[in-house]
Design a protein around this ligand. Structure first.
Ligand SMILES: O=C(O)CCC(=O)C(=O)O
Ligand SMILES: [Fe+2]
Length: 445
């Protein structure tokens, strides 16, 4: 087995062997000519390529500015460049530096914003506290996941392996399609482009039927440890309906975990908004006058979101988060675990995206009308980039399980505000939430 570092060195035997393999297995003529792809798709393709490893010299890697992170960067074979893209320091937030990218007004990057302790606490929160009922995960569409949640059951499976006096939990049964479930269309998952929500169409979108997704047919019983790598997302706050890509306001919102709610509100209150949205010297620069940043300090109220769990092979295709009625208020995005290439472009895929390297503990905020409705995606999770502080949870079994899970994982906590302050969905005609039962929705299992 060759190491990741060897696959990055052109004169290594491993590199040459992998290159020969790649040439043998490449299937010429399968993809359309490059000129048929939009600049966003081209960038996705570039960073997805497994071998030869993509060149990250055009990827802005702001961790390189921080000498405290030298070790973390040098231990992995991946690094971007601190000069790849234009950026400016616009002040501090909670004592850490804040950067903006002039190419994407409203995009805020805070490298290394979270301490190692905060990162470990958020990993625990994501897996132990959050990825379970009443929050929905992608696994719920297909399996009857017991209420303890997938992480606790995985822990019980592993404990039973080490201690024969402990009983291993029963295998998890697959769900059966019900009379009201709707099978997803055959073939690869459709990229449905949903209507952008706004206060004027909210009522119609809220009334659209949101049927339950049908489970995949013929799934076998499985252990929690077998299913854990298939955990892909856990819902936060208002329930999201994947079939229509709209929120389902007929289901009551689950409170956001206190630690995440507080972290996001502290960040939004402490950001130097007047500098971030300052019009460039002497001009009618691109920053619109109507950006409502002055109200965010008091009116920011996160109420929805998602925790994304990426295994090393997973990607998130370019998309726009347009289901929130409020199209400007800050979206807070927290990266944990392995690093990734994040692409952010403009309002169409025709605009070439800016690539950023996001590492564990980095926080990105997407705010204002240009950035909140910009195309963005994650074409690559970078293997071997887990920082040491996520390999030191402790000495007990659960700590070991966190460490081994994280070696192949990136977690992203993505927190949003659906409604502008003062907008009352029930006065607009949305049906009141009816029950607190946990239904299942479309998922990649
Ligand atoms: O994983 C990320 O950094 C971005 C996630 C994202 O864009 C989303 O959940 O909509
Ligand atoms: Fe997104």
């Amino acid at each position: 087995m060759f190491s990741n570092a060897q696959l990055h060195q052109k004169n290594e035997r491993a590199y040459k062997k992998a290159l020969r393999n790649e040439r043998r297995t490449a299937q010429p003529g399968r993809s359309p000519d490059d000129h048929e792809w939009t600049p966003f798709r081209l960038a996705e393709k570039k960073y997805k390529v497994k071998f030869p490893p993509p060149d990250l010299s055009g990827v802005l890697d702001l961790a390189l500015l921080d000498s405290e992170r030298d070790g973390e960067i040098q231990r992995s074979a991946w690094a971007g460049s601190a000069t790849a893209q234009e950026f400016k320091n616009v002040g501090t937030c909670r004592g850490r530096k804040v950067y903006c990218l002039p190419r994407v007004p409203g995009l805020i990057v805070m490298p290394g914003h979270l301490t190692p302790e905060e990162q470990r606490a958020l990993v625990r929160w994501s897996l132990c506290d959050h990825a379970k009922a009443p929050n929905e995960t992608n696994l719920d569409t297909h399996y009857n996941i017991p209420s303890e949640g997938i992480w606790s059951l995985h822990f019980q499976c592993k404990s039973a392996l080490l201690d024969p006096s402990k009983k291993s939990p029963d295998r998890i049964s697959p769900r059966k399609a019900g009379p009201s479930t709707v099978a997803p269309p055959p073939g690869p998952r459709q990229l449905i482009s949903n209507t952008a929500a706004d206060p004027s169409n909210f009522c119609d979108l809220a009334k659209e039927p949101k049927p339950l997704a049908a489970p995949s047919p013929a799934l076998a019983h499985a252990t929690a440890s077998e299913l854990l790598p298939k955990l892909r997302w856990a819902n936060i706050g208002w329930f999201y309906h994947w079939g229509t890509k709209q929120y389902d306001f007929s289901r009551p919102r689950v409170e956001i975990g206190e630690c995440v709610w507080k972290l996001c509100t502290d960040i939004v209150r402490a950001l130097p908004w007047s500098t971030i949205f300052k019009r460039p010297e002497g001009g009618n620069g691109p920053l619109a006058d109507h950006v409502d940043w002055m109200s965010w300090e008091n009116e920011y109220e996160p109420d929805a979101g998602i925790v994304n769990f990426y295994q090393l092979k997973d990607t998130l295709m370019g998309h726009v988060d347009r289901s929130e009625v409020c199209a400007t208020s800050p979206l807070v995005s927290i990266s944990l675990g392995n690093a990734a290439v994040f692409l952010i472009g403009g309002h169409s895929r025709d605009q070439e995206p800016t690539p950023l390297l996001l590492r564990s503990g980095d926080v990105v905020v997407m705010s204002g009308p240009q950035c909140r409705r910009a195309y963005h995606g994650v074409p690559r999770v970078l293997d071997g980039t887990l920082p040491d502080h996520l390999l030191s949870f402790g000495e007990d079994l659960e700590s070991e399980l966190f460490e081994s899970y994280l070696r192949t994982t990136r977690i992203n906590i993505n927190v949003r505000q659906v409604f502008p302050k003062g907008f009352d969905p029930w006065k607009q005609g949305a049906s009141e939430p009816i029950s607190d039962s946990c239904s299942a929705s479309d998922a990649d299992v």
